[in-house]
Design a protein around this ligand. Sequence first.
Ligand SMILES: [Zn+2]
Length: 156
Amino acid sequence: MAHYVDLSPCDYFTSDHGGKLIAVGWLSRGHAYSKGDISAEVFARLHQLLVNPWQPCVAMGAHACDFHRFTDGPCQITLDNVTAQLGVSNLFVPSGDRLFVAPSLILHYIDAYEYSPPPEFCDAVMACPEMRSMDYLKLVRKTAPAALFSGNQTQM
Ligand SMILES: [Zn+2]
């Protein structure tokens, strides 16, 4: 899948992002990434947000974990009997005037490869309003580049 260094501008969805879309967790084979501890609370919250995440109108293809030699790796991750799909969706997390964007595979990267996302991302995950709540959608609408909303508006 596409690779971005953590906290770099993400042009995956649109080139017209105005520096407001910030990549987190876009790991790829052959690229170094940050390893370390992450609290179970952050992982659980991340998982919760990724069960049915809001998606922009811009349709993108699925990605598979890049680290597997012969397969595409897992396509879902289950925590406390709740399952989040991997590889299809992306997670948008508002933070001030920026919007972090992480692939759903971030759950697998943390779980399997000791990936440690940047602290500011973890803070934003813990502070994130409930997925698809009015508060969440307002924050996304406020910070996201307009190009994410072009086309069908009913997804808001
Ligand atoms: Zn993998």
